[in-house]
Ligand binder design. Structure first.
Ligand code: IVH
Length: 699
C-alpha cells in the first residue's frame, strides 16, 4: 500500500531525497542479509522498499542514480496472502463510560502526538452509532467482491463469502473509480423486526429461539447452506477501511462518503463532531432516540477524523489509539436470586456466583451473575432467595447491584464459608486483599484441573486431545499433578490405550501431540503459567521484550527490588502497568512457582521466539533511538518499532541491530560505529517503518 501511495504523492525534490535514502537503506539491508546472514527486516518490508524504488525510478527516470539498488538482485518475493488472513488486522475498541473518560482519551492522543491543549481541543471526530452485530471484512479486487470474512481473532477470520453474497446491502461490483484492492469493514446485523419474525418462525418450527438479534445474526451468517442465509434479512452498515492499494480519503468523513458513492450503506446518523462537548451532546441525543431505532446499538464509536493522524497513532494491544467506544449506561432488570454458588479458579480464588431465575436484561437472557467477593455480599446484604437488581453493560459479565427492599419475607444473612467447596481445605485471605483463596494448592483438584486446562488451552500449549475431562481422569489416576507431568504422560501410553473410550491410536495421537509441544514459543509458555493479569497479549509483550526464557526469569527476579533498573524497565514496556508488574514479581517470589519453571525447563526441548519472527517487519530486532527526533515523539517512535516486532532499548550494545540517529545524537554514534551496528537517520527510519516521508512536527 505505502509503496504506491508514497510514489504517487511525491514531488521531484522529495523523490530525489527518498531515492538517495533508499539506495543507502537497501545496501544496508542487503549487507545484513547476504553477508551477515542476519536479515534486518522481513521479506515483505524488503519487497515494499524495493517496489517503492522501482516506482519512483519509473516516475522520475531522470533521477535514477548511478548506485541504484535496481541493479542488484533482490531478496525472494514473499508468498501470497493466506485465504482467511486479513490484510490489515481487525481491531477491537477500548470503552469509555462518561465525559471524564472521553476527555482522558483525547488527552492520551494529544500526549502521543505532542499537541498543545489548544490543538487538542480542535481535534474533530466522526461519531457513529455502535451497532451490536458482527464485524466483517469485504475484499474487492478491481471493483469485484471476491471475499468476505468474519473478524475471527482479528488476524484471521472465517470465509463466509457465499453467505454474504446473498445480502442485498453488499454490492457485487463497485462503480469506478476504485482502487485495485480494498478491504471494507462493517457490521452485519439483524433488525429488531426481522429478529422477532425469525424467532416466531423458529418457535413454530419447534426450534430454539435466539437470545438476541446479535446471536441471530451470527447464527445466520455461519449457515453451511447459503440458501438459509438468503432467507434471513441481514443488513450491513459499512464504517471502516482495512487494506487499500491506493491513497484513500484524507478524512474518515470523506471515506464514509466514498463508501456511499460505491453503493454501500453507511449509518445515516453518522456525524462529524468538532470537540468533546459536541461528542457528549451527540451521545445524549442518541440515547433519547435509541429505542425508536429498528436495530440494537450499545453506544457511539468516536473516530479521529484525520486519517494521517490515525496512521501516526496506530494501535496499542488490540485497540486503535485514535478511536473509542462510548457506551450507554448499563441495562437493568429484577429477578430472584435462587442460590449462591462458590467457584474455585485456577489460582484458588473463591468466587461467589449468583444463580438467578432466568431474566431478560436488555435483550440477553441472564441466569448467572458475579457477586465478586465476600465483602460485596456483605456490603449489599445479599441473601439467598432475595429479589435482586441485575445489570449488564456491553460484554461485561452480568452483576447483582443490590437487593429489592423491603424483603418479601425475612431471610437469614448469607454466611460465606471459609472453606474450599471442592477440596475442603481452609481458605485464606491475605491482608489487604478481598479474595479468599483455597489453601489446598496443588492438592485441590479444582485448582489443578483449572490450571492444567489453562496450560493446554489454545493460546497456551494448545495440545489436541487433552481436554478438561481427560485432565480430570488423569488427575484422579495420579498421573497429572503439575504442568511438567504432561510431558511424562508417555510412560503411561499403554495404560491409556487400554482405558475406556481410548484405543491404541488415540493414545498414540495424544502422546504425539504432546511431543510436538516440547518446542514452544516463549509467549505461549508465559501465558500458560496462568499468572494473574497476564493474558496472551501481555505475554506477547513480555516475550517480545525479554527475548528468552532465561533472560525473562533473571530480569523478573531482579525486578523484585522496587526502584531497581529491572523494575523500571518492566514498567516502561508499553502496556505493562504497575498492577501487572506487581503480579509478575509476586509470581517469581514464590518458591513453588520457580520450581514449576525449573521442572518445565527440564522436560521442554526448546523455548523459541518463532511466533514473533513471523509477525512483524522487525521481529526480534533491537533498536535504539538517540538524539532528538523531529517528526514524532519518543513514545510514538517506540510504539511504531514495537508494532513492527522490535524491542526498543536505551543503550547501544553488541545486541543492538539498528541505531536511529536523531538531531544532536551524542556518544551513542561513536559506540555504534565501534561495534559496527547499522545506523540510519530519521528519514531512513521512516522509510524502513513504512511511514510517509517527513512532515516535521514543529512547523
Ligand atoms: S470501528 C478500528 N465502527 O464494535 C476500528 N466498530 O468494540 C474498529 N462496531 O469489532 C471497529 N459499530 O464489531 C467500528 N461504527 C462502528 C461500529 C463498530 C459496531 C463493533 C465492531 C467492533 C466492535 C469493537
Amino acid at each position: 500500500m505505502l509503496a504506491e501511495q508514497t510514489a504517487e504523492e511525491t514531488d521531484e525534490a522529495q523523490a530525489a531525497r527518498t531515492l538517495e535514502q533508499l539506495a543507502r537503506l537497501l545496501r544496508q539491508l542487503d549487507a545484513a542479509y547476504h553477508q551477515a546472514d542476519a536479515p534486518l527486516v522481513d521479506d515483505a518490508t524488503y519487497d515494499r522498499l524495493r517496489t517503492l524504488n522501482t516506482l519512483l525510478e519509473k516516475r522520475f527516470p531522470g533521477l535514477r542514480r548511478a548506485d541504484s539498488p535496481a541493479q542488484d538482485i533482490g531478496a525472494p518475493a514473499s508468498g501470497p496472502f493466506r485465504r482467511h488472513r486479513h490484510m490489515v488486522p481487525m481491531l477491537s475498541l477500548d470503552n469509555v463510560f462518561g465525559r471524564e473518560e472521553f476527555d482522558a482519551f483525547i488527552n492520551r492522543i494529544a500526549r502521543f502526538l505532542g499537541l498543545t491543549e489548544a490543538q487538542a481541543h480542535e481535534l474533530a471526530f466522526v461519531a457513529e452509532p455502535k451497532i451490536d452485530g458482527l464485524s466483517i471484512s469485504l475484499t474487492y479486487e478491481h471493483g469485484r467482491f471476491i471475499r468476505g470474512t468474519t473478524r475471527g481473532d482479528g488476524t484471521e477470520g472465517e470465509d463466509v463469502t457465499a453467505n454474504l453474497r446473498t445480502m442485498d446491502d453488499i454490492p457485487d461490483h463497485l462503480p469506478a473509480p476504485y482502487p485495485d484492492v480494498i478491504e471494507i469493514r462493517g457490521e452485519v446485523f439483524l433488525s429488531k423486526q426481522a429478529f422477532l419474525e425469525l424467532n416466531a418462525a423458529q418457535e413454530r418450527a419447534g426450534e430454539k429461539p435466539f437470545a438476541n438479534p446479535r446471536n441471530a445474526a451470527a447464527g445466520s451468517l455461519r449457515q453451511l447452506d447459503p440458501a438459509i442465509t438468503a432467507k434471513r434479512p441481514l443488513s450491513l452498515f459499512a464504517y471502516a477501511a482495512g487494506f487499500c492499494s491506493a491513497p484513500l480519503a484524507a478524512t474518515h468523513h470523506d471515506y464514509l462518503k466514498q463508501l456511499e458513492a460505491w453503493g454501500l450503506r453507511v449509518n445515516p446518523l453518522s456525524l462529524r463532531v468538532g470537540n468533546a462537548a459536541e461528542a457528549e451532546a451527540f451521545m445524549a441525543r442518541l440515547a433519547r432516540g435509541r429505542s425508536a431505532l429498528d436495530y440494537d446499538i450499545d453506544g457511539v464509536v468516536y473516530k479521529l477524523d484525520d486519517r494521517a493522524l490515525q496512521e501516526r497513532l496506530g494501535f496499542a494491544g488490540r485497540a486503535p489509539r485514535w478511536a473509542v467506544a462510548w457506551k450507554f449506561p448499563a441495562e437493568q432488570a429484577i429477578t430472584r436470586l435462587e442460590k449462591i454458588e462458590i467457584q474455585v479458579g485456577r489460582t484458588g480464588a473463591l468466587t461467589p456466583v449468583a444463580l438467578l431465575q432466568a431474566v431478560n436484561v436488555g435483550g440477553v437472557i441472564v441466569t448467572r451473575a458475579s457477586l465478586h467477593n465476600e465483602d460485596e455480599i456483605t456490603r449489599k446484604d445479599i441473601r439467598e432467595g432475595d429479589l435482586v437488581h441485575v445489570q449488564r453493560a456491553g460484554d461485561v459479565i452480568p452483576q447483582v447491584t443490590g437487593v429489592v427492599l423491603p424483603r418479601d419475607v425475612e431471610r437469614s444473612p448469607y454466611v460465606f464459608e471459609h472453606v474450599c467447596p471442592i477440596c475442603g481445605a481452609h481458605a485464606e485471605r491475605p491482608e489487604g486483599e478481598v479474595v479468599w483463596r483455597c489453601s489446598g494448592g496443588l492438592t485441590c483438584p479444582a485448582q489443578v484441573v483449572e490450571r492444567l486446562t489453562h496450560f493446554v488451552s489454545r493460546d497456551a500449549f494448545d495440545i489436541d486431545g487433552l481436554g478438561e475431562r481427560t485432565i480430570v481422569e488423569f488427575h484422579e489416576l495420579g498421573w497429572l499433578r503439575t504442568p511438567a507431568d504432561i510431558f511424562r504422560l508417555h510412560v503411561h501410553e499403554a495404560e491409556i490405550a487400554g482405558r475406556d473410550g481410548w484405543g491404541k491410536l488415540s493414545a498414540h495421537n495424544l502422546v504425539t501431540a504432546i511431543e510436538a509441544r516440547r518446542t514452544i514459543e516463549l509467549s505461549r509458555l508465559i501465558y500458560a503459567l496462568g499468572i494473574r493479569r497476564i493474558g496472551i497479549n501481555n505475554a506477547r509483550l513480555l516475550a517480545r521484550h525479554y527475548g528468552s526464557l532465561a533472560n525473562w526469569r533473571q530480569q523478573m527476579e531482579k525486578a523484585a527490588i522496587i526502584g531497581s533498573d529491572e523494575r523500571l524497565e518492566l514498567g516502561s514496556i508499553t502496556g505493562i502497568g504497575t498492577a501487572i508488574a506487581d503480579e509478575l514479581v509476586a509470581f517469581f517470589a514464590e518458591e513453588h512457582n520457580r520450581a514449576t519453571l525449573d521442572d518445565l525447563d527440564s522436560v521442554l526441548a526448546r523455548v523459541t521466539d518463532e511466533e514473533m519472527v513471523a509477525e512483524g517487519a522487525l521481529s526480534g530486532k533491537t533498536i535504539v533511538f538517540t538524539g532528538t527526533l523531529v517528526t514524532m515523539t519518543r513514545p510514538e517512535a517506540r510504539a511504531v518499532a514495537e508494532r513492527l516486532g522490535a524491542r526498543v532499548s536505551d543503550s547501544v550494545s553488541k545486541k543492538t541491530d539498528i541505531v536511529v540517529l536523531g538531531e544532536k545524537a551524542g556518544s551513542k554514534v561513536r559506540k555504534a560505529a565501534e561495534l559496527g551496528v547499522t545506523t540510519m537517520d530519521e528519514a531512513g527510519w521512516r522509510l524502513l517503518a513504512g511511514m510517509p516521508p517527513i512532515t516535521p512536527r514543529h512547523e
